[in-house]
Design a protein around this ligand. Structure first.
Ligand SMILES: Nc1ncnc2c1ncn2[C@@H]1O[C@H](COP(=O)(O)OP(=O)(O)OP(=O)(O)O)[C@@H](O)[C@H]1O
Ligand SMILES: [Mg+2]
Length: 494
């Protein structure tokens, strides 16, 4: 133990030692200033600082907004990722929302810090903005990521890849599916200047849950889409372009367009709705298709009506010259194959038609449209989905007309669109179901009548053929007249 006297003596000794050290330092410094040239002096000073400053235990990564002229993906990912890490300690935030956005966007203010933890490792993110150097340059923005040096490898190998992946997933979740078409060729609604394609948000509410289809077919389509999106490496390995073609065929109102919307909503892929009648040449088509993005669905509706189907092989030279610059179906198919082979990833193309039998065989060739989907008339299994969605009736036992409707639907050619329309007529299940039963009965009767007429026409033709071979033309005319009068009479009488 020291006495107060001893403490005071030691303190004054220490103070005088420090004072003499400081005086000698000043002396050395003033001598150095006189003797050593300024450049050498500054070099010695930095070397001195290097050796005598305590070593920092932290490492700071600077993540700039741009690398050369292009955006830095790590910066963009950090911006998205950090939105989900805003803590109650954050003092200032930027908040924004454009007219088309469904959710609010947050961003931290310059100078703000966000703390993150990853597998017991603590990291600090700091948003830094530096004023432009002159009027020609712009503000420099970057994130600084600060952490303990000894975790450098973990940050590079695990944390940063994790941030990139998380940001991608967050963007996917938030993505608003867009519908592009060429009706407004002066840019999209965000004002981003799409040029060839204008876009609006796809507001189509169709999903696989709302689609009235046989459950097996629905499952097959979902599985096929899932397999397609996860097979990037497979396509690369086998040397095939990463694309998939679907041909949807069936009568109007069976849900072809609804299925396309459901696919887009499921995959979060944008839709490019291509009206081929607005394309006049192959070069036009090339320009338009090259300006579409990856992870999208290119849709060509009513393909049988869109392009004149020409068998080019059978045309003369003159014809070839005339049509060289025009768009033909085979030109379109060859181009799409070529385009996708050279650029573009994760592309889906969908053709729809009401008449599969009228399509060019080139389109149906194996390998061209990978999946052919028959969108058929409504079945009792499809009705189950509609009754559940429209009226909340999930079982046959939930309404006394349910069973009768199922029987009628399975024996009548009625589209899901027609059934849906009847179900929408009232919120009261009794009224809606009674209306549907009436509609189905009328439809069934009309269909049977048409079949009957077709059958009698067929018989008539067969008989006419027989009479013709007998050389009795007069008799043919008589038979025809009698038959047609008979049929008309029956029809009117109903
Ligand atoms: N399979 C279905 N499931 C649920 N709703 C359907 C289905 N099919 C049709 N609908 C209803 O009918 C409407 C019209 O259907 P959609 O436009 O999808 O038919 P489409 O097959 O594309 O007809 P088109 O050949 O005339 O283009 C849809 O908006 C939807 O309300
Ligand atoms: Mg359609």
């Amino acid at each position: 133990m020291f006495t107060p006297n001893e403490i005071s003596t030691s303190a004054s000794t220490l103070f005088s030692a420090y004072a003499s050290l400081a005086a000698s330092m000043m002396l050395v410094r003033s001598m150095a200033n006189e003797l050593i040239p300024p450049q050498l002096r500054s070099y010695l000073f930095s070397a001195f600082s290097y050796f005598f400053t305590p070593l920092s235990s932290t490492l700071t990564l600077v993540i700039d907004e741009h690398c050369s002229m292009v955006r830095n993906q790590v910066y963009d990912a950090a911006e998205v990722y950090l939105r989900t890490k805003i803590s109650p300690n954050t003092d200032c935030l930027h908040v924004s929302k454009t007219q088309r956005q469904k959710h609010l966007d947050f961003a931290i203010e310059k100078g703000e810090e966000i703390t993150d933890t990853f597998e017991n490792l603590q990291l600090i993110w700091r948003f830094v903005c530096t004023e432009p150097k002159n009027q020609y340059s712009s503000e420099r923005r970057c994130y600084e990521l600060v952490f303990n040096k000894k975790f450098k490898d973990k940050v590079f190998d695990s944390y940063l890849p994790y941030v990139l992946l998380r940001a991608k997933a967050i963007l996917e979740e938030q993505k608003e599916v867009k519908l592009y078409n060429r009706d407004c060729p002066y840019g999209d609604e965000d004002g981003s200047g799409g040029g060839m394609w204008g876009s609006i948000n796809l507001e189509h509410p169709s999903t696989f849950d709302t689609l009235a289809m046989d459950p097996e077919l629905k499952k097959f389509i979902i599985d096929d889409l899932d397999r397609f999106v996860r097979r990037k490496e497979f396509y690369r390995k086998v040397g095939k372009a990463w694309k998939r073609g679907y041909l949807l065929y069936g009568p109007p109102g069976t849900g072809k367009s609804s299925l396309i919307a459901a696919m887009a909503n499921y995959l979060k892929f944008d839709i490019y709705d291509l009206e081929l009648t607005s394309i006049f040449s192959n070069s036009d088509l090339r320009r338009v298709l090259l300006s579409t993005n990856n992870r999208s669905i290119l849709v060509i509706e009513d393909i049988d009506c869109s392009v004149e189907i020409q068998d080019r092989q059978n045309q003369g030279d003159e014809y070839q010259v005339q049509t060289r610059s025009k768009l033909t179906l085979s030109g379109l198919l060859n181009f799409i194959d070529g385009l996708w082979s050279s650029c573009g990833d994760e592309r889906i193309i969908v053709f729809t038609t009401n008449h599969k039998d009228r399509l060019d065989p080139a389109l149906l060739r194996p390998g061209r449209m990978d999946v052919h989907i028959n969108m058929s008339y409504c079945t009792s299994r499809g009705f189950k989905i509609l009754a559940s969605n429209y009226l909340g009736l999930h079982h046959r036992s939930s309404h006394h007309l349910y069973g009768e409707i199922e029987g009628l639907i399975d024996s009548t050619e009625v589209t899901p669109a027609e059934v849906a329309e009847e179900l929408m007529k009232s919120d009261d299940a009794n009224v809606a179901f009674a209306g549907l039963v009436n509609f189905l009965k009328r439809k069934k009767a009309a269909t049977e009548e048409v079949k009957e007429e077709a059958g009698s026409d067929k018989n008539e033709d067969q008989e006419a053929k027989r009479l013709k071979t007998d050389g009795n033309v007069k008799k043919i005319r008589i038979v025809r007249n009698i038959r047609s009068r008979g049929v008309r009479g029956r029809t009117r009488g109903r």
